[in-house]
Design a protein around this ligand. Structure first.
Ligand SMILES: [Zn+2]
Length: 212
């Protein structure tokens, strides 16, 4: 999931309007921001199907540190504490941690059963409701979920920036839902990880510019 994570950011900022936007925009994306670094470091792995661009064909073979519920949530206490220290606010730190948690919960809707629960042990449960297996529906629902959430919780003055920019970013992902190309243009794990990171840098900038 990509743009859908920003529905969680909108909810957090609607509930806590005094909170700074940057740490929240980073928090909801956090697992996908550390994930590329861990892929590059060889600590987590992914398999990209060169002959199929669909998101559902990407196999997240191992990503316990970035994308497990328990271990990932414990590890995310570190950036949460850091955010709390930077903003000198326990509240901001707590919101950061909640933002990270929201990422796993929303990922669990779309991912095929590959999200680890504990993050350790060979018999660890892997979950995921698998919406990505129905890619066109997933494409429509992710944006709908984001847009409806924005319409419900965001101030009206932000609608254009959030909904328009969000749609644009979502459209960048369209090939991985509709499979227009026969081959996967992002054919290797490292390129896939890099693209994820670049995508989130754009998303954070867009969200910072739109939520104010
Ligand atoms: Zn993720």
């Amino acid at each position: 999931m990509y743009i859908g994570h920003y529905a969680a950011a909108a909810v957090i900022l609607a509930v806590a309007p005094e909170a700074p936007v940057l740490p929240i925009a980073v928090a909801v994306a956090w697992p996908d921001i550390v994930w590329p670094a861990l892929v590059f470091a060889g600590k987590e792995s992914v398999h990209v199907d060169r002959d199929d661009p669909l998101q559902s064909r990407v196999k997240f073979t191992s990503y316990p540190y970035s994308h497990s519920l328990v271990l990932g949530s414990v590890i995310s206490l570190v950036p949460a504490l850091l955010a709390g220290a930077i903003y000198q606010s326990v509240f901001v730190g707590a919101l950061f941690w909640i933002g990270v948690l929201s990422h796993w919960l929303l990922d669990a809707v779309v991912h095929l059963r590959d999200l680890p629960v504990l993050g350790w042990g060979s018999d660890d449960r892997r979950v995921g409701l698998g919406l990505w297996a129905r890619p066109r529906l997933a494409f429509a629902l992710e944006y709908t979920f984001f847009a409806v959430t924005v319409l419900l919780v965001a101030p009206q003055t932000m609608f254009v920036g959030l909904l328009g920019g969000g749609l644009l970013l979502h459209l960048f992902n369209i090939n991985s839902f509709f499979g227009f190309t026969k081959k996967n243009p992002v054919g290797t794990p490292k390129r896939f990880a890099t693209l994820a990171l670049v995508g989130y840098i754009f998303a954070i900038i867009w969200f910072m510019m739109s939520w104010r």
